[in-house]
Design a protein around this ligand. Structure first.
Ligand SMILES: [Zn+2]
Length: 504
């Protein structure tokens, strides 16, 4: 039902049929579930969607690319204008910086407390916080995490894991067992005996606890809905959507975020007590760090397709609260006016639509061409032409040749003084997309809230307010301890060897 336009009337009408279907389904599966709802609540389910590192300019550029490349607009844009959407913002600061990383951001949503960048649900003095997945499981609701990064990455982990350092992905993989019912994404390396430091076979451990183990797209789209799923589709992060859609082998093996979202909802929907599901388009952030405009906008489109699946679900399950947001800005990409009177700006989307690979693939191809040709200018220019559909001007070509040779020209912006920062600027001469650096930014995060309880998300909220509202919606009375900025600073001055910076 792609392109489905959600209306309240449709939601109510389809809700009746879907409730009956869910009731019938739960009858056959009742043995596995408690039979009473633990706390009366208007909100039956919560779906929390995160386009990681999505700066404010991304949705409108994605809308323009979608119209150019797919002949239709985006769900994000449609929802922004929809009378039944509540629009707001999160202020995104962490405990040690106005600029957050993903683990502190997700921990703020997941625990209601601000912590230092790089940690997961742990205060600087070592106090453990209880993540929302544990609280939700205690009320006999079910929990799911779906992402395009490793499933043990910062944003999913912020809802379910407690660690001093977000990089402890071996440990995070173990913590999910029994705490999260549905897991789908990348990160196989953190579950395999021959890749883990402790050599434990976590896939066997999950199977022993009743999880279905999936490692191929076909298992995601075949329509089965096991109650517990461990879906790991790549060793590390899933490849960028732009590479998946341009390489047949990847498209055959790897599910899209929308497909994983549908499978997760199929698994979680029969739960009589409701569920919490976090869905992350995690590589929007990576493409922003890389200043890779085409990869970024196609990641956002893949996220938008997942929004479409969730809207469809909401149509049949109006007791669901849907929150769609980002954790922080990143490198703040924006579309610049191009040409005389800016009249060439829209043509930039013809160029963006013609790009066929991420910078990961482009840089591999450039290195290969340089090696095979002895660094010949024509060979390098041809790679940019065939991969990006861009005919480089002479001076731009000279700069790309020197980047490939490892000789970087002077760049005043220190964050852009590297191969991908320079490549992003050169391609920006044709795509019109400019980046302000390669790091996260302080921008407030836009929030779209739909369905039951959505009105709680209007205005400017602290990121910690998501925890208060989600637990409140589920009738959970619990507050984690917290630390003020002043106390955190005082603590650090007494314990100077505490390193608040763990993130890569
Ligand atoms: Zn990031």
């Amino acid at each position: 039902m792609k392109g489905h336009t959600f209306t309240r009337r449709q939601a109510i009408r389809s809700g009746v049929a879907a409730s009956l279907a869910a009731a019938a389904s739960s009858t056959t599966r009742a043995a596995s579930y408690p039979t009473t709802r633990p706390a009366r609540s208007e909100v039956g389910n919560i779906i929390f969607m995160v386009a990681d590192g999505m700066s404010a300019g991304v949705p409108s550029m994605t809308e323009l690319l979608s119209r150019r490349a797919r002949g239709r607009g985006t769900h994000w844009y449609d929802l922004q204008q929809h009378p039944e959407t509540t629009c707001g913002y999160f202020e995104t600061h962490s405990l040690n910086s106005p600029v957050t990383d993903s683990s502190a951001a997700s921990s703020a949503w997941g625990s209601g407390s601000r912590i230092f960048n790089g940690a997961l649900n742990k205060l600087p003095d070592g106090t453990n916080l209880t993540p929302i997945a544990m609280l939700v499981k205690d009320t006999r609701r079910r929990v799911g995490l779906v992402t395009t990064t490793t499933i043990t990455h910062a944003t999913p982990a912020g809802f379910a894991a407690v660690e001093k350092a977000r990089s402890s992905e071996d440990e995070i993989a173990e913590q999910y067992l029994d705490r999260v019912d549905v897991l789908m994404g990348g990160g196989l390396e953190f579950f395999k005996a021959d890749r883990r430091k402790d050599e434990k076979d976590l896939i066997d451990a999950y199977r022993d606890k009743g999880y279905a183990y999936w490692d191929h797209r076909q298992q995601v789209v075949d329509g089965s809905n096991p109650e517990k799923i461990l879906g790991l589709f790549d060793s590390g992060h899933l490849p960028y959507a732009i590479d998946r859609q341009n390489q047949e082998k990847l498209a055959a093996k790897l599910p899209t975020l929308a497909e994983m979202t549908r499978a997760a909802l199929n698994s979680l929907a029969p739960s009589p007590n409701g569920f919490l599901l976090q869905i992350e388009g995690g590589r929007v952030d990576h493409a922003a760090h890389a200043n890779d405009a085409a990869a970024l906008l196609w990641e956002q489109l893949a996220f938008d397709d997942a929004i479409g699946v969730v809207r469809e679900f909401l149509g049949g399950h109006p007791e669901t609260l849907v929150v769609i947001t980002t954790d922080h800005g990143n490198a703040n990409p924006g579309l610049r006016g191009m040409g005389s009177g800016y009249s060439d700006t829209e043509k930039c989307f013809d160029i963006l639509a013609g790009v066929r690979a991420s910078f990961d693939v482009l840089q591999q191809e450039l290195k290969r061409a340089a090696r095979d040709s002895g660094g010949a200018r024509d060979a390098i220019v041809e790679v940019v032409r065939s991969t990006c559909g861009i005919e480089l001007a002479r001076k731009d070509a000279d700069t790309v040749v020197s980047i490939v040779a490892g000789t970087l020209p002077y760049e005043a912006n220190k964050q852009l003084a590297n191969a991908h920062g320079l490549l992003g600027q050169i391609l920006g001469n044709y795509t019109g997309v400019g980046f302000n650096g390669t790091k996260h930014t302080e921008d407030p995060a836009p929030v779209l809230a739909l369905g039951a309880g959505r009105s709680q998300f209007s205005g400017l909220l602290r990121n910690t307010g998501a925890f208060v509202r989600m637990t409140g919606a589920f009738g959970i009375q619990y507050r984690n301890p917290s630390m003020t900025v002043a106390r955190a600073r005082a603590y650090l001055s007494q314990v100077p060897d505490v390193d608040p910076v763990h993130w890569a």
